[in-house]
Unconditional design. Structure first.
Length: 156
C-alpha cells in the first residue's frame, strides 16, 4: 500500500498532544494502547493484549518488565517528523515503540495530525525503533509489537 503524507511545518514542532488524544486506543486485533499525560513533557504508555493483560518485555541480563507505564516522550524520527517515542526495553538502549499521530484524508492519504483535527479521523501508526542490541532479532526485540496495525481512539 502506498501512502501519501502531507507534512505541515507547524506540526513538525510537536512537544505534546491535546488531552483528548490521551486515553485508550485500540487496533483491529484488540490490542490496547493507553496514553496518560504526566509532568515535564513525558507520557505514561501502557500496551495490553486483547484480554487486557500486559505483554512481557525481556531486558538484558534475563530481567523482565511488563508493558505498563512505559516512558514516552516526543522526539523526531530520522526524517524530522514528530513521534511519541516509548521506551520498549532498557531506557536509552532500546528498542523503542514509535507512535505517529496521523489524520486520514481519504483513501491512502495521511497527514501529520494537528490539534484541531477531528478525533475520529486521527490514527496512531506504530513503528519499532531498533535497540542497541536488537539487530540480530527478527522481531527487533519487541515481538509483542507485531503486527504493526493502526490504532483508533475509543470515542464516547
Amino acid at each position: 500500500m502506498n501512502l501519501h503524507m502531507e507534512i505541515f511545518n507547524s506540526t513538525k514542532k510537536r512537544k505534546s498532544i491535546p488531552k483528548s488524544w490521551c486515553g485508550q486506543w485500540t487496533d483491529k486485533n484488540g490490542k490496547h494502547l493507553i496514553i496518560r499525560s504526566t509532568l515535564h513533557d513525558f507520557y505514561s504508555v501502557t500496551i495490553l493484549d486483547k484480554k487486557g493483560n500486559p505483554y512481557e518485555i525481556k531486558l538484558l541480563g534475563d530481567e523482565k518488565k511488563e508493558t505498563k507505564k512505559l516512558t514516552g516522550k516526543f522526539t523526531k524520527d530520522t526524517n524530522g517528523n514528530p513521534i511519541l517515542q516509548v521506551e520498549a526495553g532498557s531506557n536509552e538502549i532500546g528498542p523503542t515503540y514509535d507512535l505517529y499521530f496521523l489524520t486520514t484524508m481519504g483513501e491512502d492519504k495521511l497527514k501529520l495530525s494537528r490539534n484541531a483535527d477531528a478525533l475520529e479521523k486521527i490514527i496512531i501508526k506504530p513503528n519499532v525503533g531498533m535497540g542497541l542490541y536488537d539487530d540480530w532479532e527478527d522481531d527487533l526485540g519487541v515481538p509483542w509489537a507485531f503486527p504493526l496495525d493502526d490504532f483508533k481512539k475509543e470515542v464516547d
